[in-house]
Write a protein that binds this ligand. Sequence first.
Ligand code: PSU
Ligand code: MN
Length: 305
Amino acid sequence: MIPDAARHFVDIDPPVAAALAAGRPVVALESTIITHGMPFPQNSAMAGSVERIVAAEGATPATIAVLDGRLRIGLPEEARDKLARESAAMKLSRADLAFALSERRTGGTTVAATMIACELAGIRVFATGGIGGVHSGAEQSFDISADLDELARTPVIVVSAGPKAILDVEKTLELLETRGVPVVVFGADVMPAFWSRQSPHPAPLRLDDAAAIGRFFHVRQALGVSGGMLVANPVGREDEIPAETMAAYIESARHAAAEQRVTGKAVTPFLLARILELTAGASLRTNIALVENNARLAARIAAAL
Ligand code: PSU
Ligand code: MN
């Protein structure tokens, strides 16, 4: 599975290796959400609960991260908890994943870096909260997440609650279309907006069951159409924060980021932390609920494949 040259740097946890060898469903989980997306101890609790949800659906969870220079595919609980407490972890994307391995560092993998690990290990389904995308003001800042290019090139189904609502969702959708990435909304006609079930944007594509998503992926592969797919799964009604409520908080967080001249990799973690403060923790509860919801759907898609 793992190409020989990569084997020196990659450890697949035995339960994940066994599931892959037997062709049983595996769901990858990212770790930037643990190191940079949520505070301790909620990050640790979330990382454990999504693994239990995947397992309860009959799939094997594989949390992916870099620990002391090893790309780990599947983390035992103890290692996961240690990562959740690590305050100096790097945020690793396509540009710096190999750097962390060659310099023996520790870091959380973003959607882009987790997709690279999935392809190495032969994992086809991956659950996250929200993908990175085009930031508002990108026409000035050029801040566009490497997640979008990765979706265009790497054959993995990424289950999300849509692009994070701190982004320019319209531009993100335009760019995904340009790069040939299908965006499938699960069970709804409008794009969800991360914390909210509804955005002003119509669903580019809609499917209502996991098996149909699996079939779509197989047909793409049969045609030799390379690259990944984005599934946008609306958060549950009881857990959402309506878009109108979020809009003011998002605006205020963006304003603070501009004022403090936050740039580069720091932008997304800054905005998420600021919104957590502004909503007095409500955004974090919704964030956890939507990741759990995505893990459940990802496990069903993995089983369907
Ligand atoms: N989803 C969340 N919280 C997060 C992220 C996603 O609910 O922290 C992370 C993902 O790892 C995603 C990254 O890949 O933010 C995007 O960062 P950037 O915009 O710098 O590419
Ligand atoms: Mn960025």
